[in-house]
Design a protein around this ligand. Structure first.
Ligand code: HEM
Length: 416
């Protein structure tokens, strides 16, 4: 059952004067180095400050994060029990990630499972070969727009467009609305003044979609969710379809961006040598261990006083998912063992609120196709700036480039 927040927040700042800010330039520089330092200084559970100096625990131990994922009754997803609410202003920059909304994201127990089942079953109906073909078409059309120019900025002109256009098709948005929806999703996630009207337009598009699919079902995720035995209400369906579109966007776009950055800057993946270079699969896997697109996430909330990683956690404390930190834990990555060739990383989270099956597989089809088609069409693509001049976003949550400028020999378009 949901508890009410206490009258006043505890003086966590006084209790933890060594709390580490999770904002600022260090996230633009070398977060891997930062996580190493944090582990050495604070251990697997780090006292931390979100923007506005709001206290939370950052969990960077692999075992501790696993424990967090495995006990949803103790570490709940519903943020309404947070003991810091009295300290949080209404214009807090991270409010959209912590304000409760009736989507699958914040559900608990059997009600949550019912919603996840509907999503997973509906997404399992996606034919991954068909998705690959759709993604090739999307990639070709995007590349056609810049191929003749000999230069491009791959984040805005490519990586950001691929996931949202692919997901829009999977959920059954009519082709005529796909471009506008794609623009609105990117705008709504950028924050700022344009975000709210963009989100309202997405909601209106999804409402039209649900109405249309109720009248005339098709071979798409929305129709399958409507027909699912979970018997979702229109409101539940609306929240969850918007969430699917939004949840897919930043992680998949930055998986593409980070893999391209790796392949364009690391000799092991050198694009200029014909043959012998490491594969796109290896780059995608390496990114998921070393430079993951969702490096941190909010979070879980302790439902009672407890302990984790030797720390005393109070009821209502927030615990942040230090996914990148956990992936680098010497417990799973002993020194000198290199990048594992398995997917035992925690980059898709784990447990009842982990990225739902088969979303990681669909994300991989989208990301792999994006990278492969680009390299096939533009084999001599190289960075247009030196690697040190690439700038990363300063977010604790998303690890991604602000821009990825490239140059190449102009090529003709795929289709006239
Ligand atoms: C590179 C690609 C992706 C990554 C790294 C990723 C990562 C994650 C992570 C870490 C979470 C857990 C967040 C938390 O517990 O706070 C999550 C949840 C979720 N993801 Fe993904 N994701 C990816 C792609 C996708 C795609 C393509 C979809 C949908 C088509 C999707 C749908 C969702 C949904 C609906 C949730 C919420 C599940 C719940 O709370 O029950 N994700 N994802």
């Amino acid at each position: 059952m949901t508890q009410q927040p206490p009258e006043t927040g505890p003086s966590a700042l006084e209790e933890h004067p060594d709390a580490v800010p999770l904002y600022g330039p260090r996230y633009q520089e070398n977060p891997a180095e930062l996580y190493r330092e944090l582990r050495e200084t604070h251990g697997p559970v780090v006292p931390a400050l979100l923007e506005g100096d709001i206290f939370a625990w950052l969990v960077i131990g692999y075992r501790e994060l696993h424990q967090l994922f495995s006990d949803p009754q103790l570490f709940a997803r519903d943020p309404r029990i947070w003991n810091q609410w009295p300290n949080i202003p209404s214009d807090w920059p991270l409010i959209q990630y912590t304000s409760y909304q009736p989507s699958v994201l914040f559900g608990e127990g059997p009600e949550h499972q019912r919603r996840v089942d509907a999503i997973s079953d509906a997404m399992s109906g996606v034919d991954q070969f068909e998705l690959r073909t759709r993604c090739e078409e999307i990639a070709d059309a995007l590349i056609d727009d810049f191929a003749g120019r000999g230069e491009a900025e791959l984040m805005t002109q490519y990586a950001y467009s691929m996931p949202v256009m692919a997901i829009a098709q999977i959920i059954g948005i009519p082709m005529a609305d796909v471009d506008n929806t794609a623009r609105d999703v990117v705008t709504s996630l950028d924050g700022g003044e344009a975000a709210i009207p963009a989100y309202e337009r997405i909601a209106a598009t999804m409402q039209r979609l649900i109405k249309a699919k109720r009248a005339e079902p098709g071979p798409d995720v929305t129709s399958r969710m409507l027909a699912h035995p979970a018997a979702l209400t229109d409101e539940e369906l609306l929240f969850d379809i918007i969430l699917l579109t939004v949840a897919a966007q930043e992680p998949t776009a930055n998986w593409i961006g980070n893999a391209l950055q790796l392949m364009l800057t690391d000799d092991r993946f050198s694009l200029t040598l014909s043959g012998g270079r490491r594969s796109v699969s290896q780059a995608l896997n390496e990114v998921m261990w070393e430079n993951i697109p969702v490096q941190g996430s909010l979070g879980r909330w302790a439902t009672r006083d407890t302990q984790l990683g030797g720390r005393r956690i109070q009821a209502g404390d927030a615990l942040l998912l230090g996914l990148a930190g956990a992936n680098a834990d010497p417990y799973v990555r002993p020194a000198g063992t290199g990048v594992p060739d398995n997917n035992a990383h925690l980059s898709f989270a784990h447990g009842s609120h982990g990225c739902p099956h088969p979303a990681p597989e669909l994300a991989e089809v989208i990301a792999r196709t994006a990278v492969e088609v680009l390299l096939d069409r533009i084999p001599d693509v190289v960075l247009a700036v030196s690697p040190e001049d690439l700038t990363w976003r300063s977010s604790f949550q998303i690890r991604g480039l602000l821009s990825l400028p490239v140059k190449f020999s102009p090529v003709s378009v795929a289709r006239p």
